[in-house]
Design a protein around this ligand. Sequence first.
Ligand code: MG
Length: 548
Amino acid sequence: MSVTPGLERDDVIENAARELAQHSQIILTLLNGLLVVTGVLLLAWSSLDWQPSIASVLSLVGLNLPTLANEYRQGLILLPFGLALGLSIIGIVRARRYRLRTREIVKEIEAAASDRAMRDALTGLRNRAGFKLRLDSAVEALGEDERLGILYIDLDKFKDVNDTFGHEMGDKLLLAVSNRLDEISQKNVDIARLGGDEFAMLVYHRPDANAICELGKAVSAGLGQPFLIAGTELSIGGSVGIVICPDDGTDPTLLVRRADIAMYRVKAGGRGQALRFDVSMEDELRRRKFLEGELRHAIARNQLEVYYQPFLSSDGETVVGVEGLLRWHHPEEGMISPGVFIPLAEESGLIVEIGDWAMRRALSEAREWSDIHVAVNVSPVQFRRPDLLPHFLGIIAEVGIEPRRVEIEITEGVLMEDAEAAIEIIKGFRNAGVHVALDDFGTGYASLSYLRRFPFDKLKVDQAFVRNLGPSNGSAAIIHSVVSLGRSLGMTVHAEGVETLEHHIFLRAAGCHHFQGFYFAKPMPYAACAEFIAKKRGFSSSSLAYRR
Ligand SMILES: [Mg+2]
């Protein structure tokens, strides 16, 4: 039996059984048909007045018994008649019985197949199709004074487990999750695995919304407890979106969409919680979709622009470089904050195209400012493209700017995703003469070990530390240790968010090399920045040497 690609072993067996059932029905029908025909022929034969020929037929087979034939003439007429009738009846009954049995078998096979089609192979829970079927009937059967809850559950950090420990561990974890959901859920709850690390619960016959929301919270709290699998403790978490029928809608499709929106909202807002849907979430999503659609055309419609924020050497007068910062002017919405549209661009993948555009624009504009460095921010999403290094070096060559004037700013997110690949790319940039800076240092997980492993040229101290500088908190101590760490590893230390003279004095004393912030200059359009640089050059004759 050859296995058709795309068909599971079970499907093949099932198809064979169905074929066999059909074939045996055909064969039985033929056999029974033959019996009926034989009976009818015998009947016709016996009704003719051919008695003498019976004796000749018998003589043909060696039974020359004419006397016997004559004596039992009457009997010989009745014999084939009875035989014919009997055979016909047996044939008809058997054919009918087999037809019924075949039909039953096919039905059984189909029922088993459809149940299997409704179940998830790994956990045995209902799958998306099975869940949808249950939801439809639950909504239809909902009583007047009761509530139906739908919980959408998405595991947090499941991908990390798969990436770190492999898919086998991931599968075991999914099984453990399904068991834990079973423990947490009370009576009258159906659990489903919708696919990947997405689960759902249908909570039946609850008197009020509160009981359902409480269960949602219990689920997210329960999934927040570590799992012990094959001797390894795994900490994940669960984000839960809740909708309640009929309060949040009575159409199953709408309910599911709203549960998904609520779950998505939890994901975006820190994960590991349970939130009930509310209409403002839908408005928010609609706005995001609108902006995403608009962003798609922003380059073609000439709505994007690169602003430049200078950074200076310790004297506060010499412009060492500029950081290119993307701006979006929307004709109706006005200036849209990068804090809003950059995450949108990253999620939709548009950042690849927009990032290329920004890089090309920033490098070609800044090229004219001789010797000034130009820093470009690169998103972790851009870092995923395998040809990133040759692609960016290609842009640098095409624009015709010296590589040593280009700084690539990356965040810790890049290092977290694929450290080995990131190291190779960073080395490749450095070999080409391009500088690589670690942006927003101190806000994430980047530690001493990261700095040792990754060959950065520059460390940019996150502006939050500078902004919080004061006698009573730890920011000063953190800045001191970051500066000495950076310096001891031979990196340039760059302070962001310098807003006052006091900041500048403190950071200079601490040993920072480069200074950026409103105290010196805000991000500004190309022309304004060109003017700023020219003005500063008039004041200062210091060298623009880049500290290594
Ligand atoms: Mg930056």
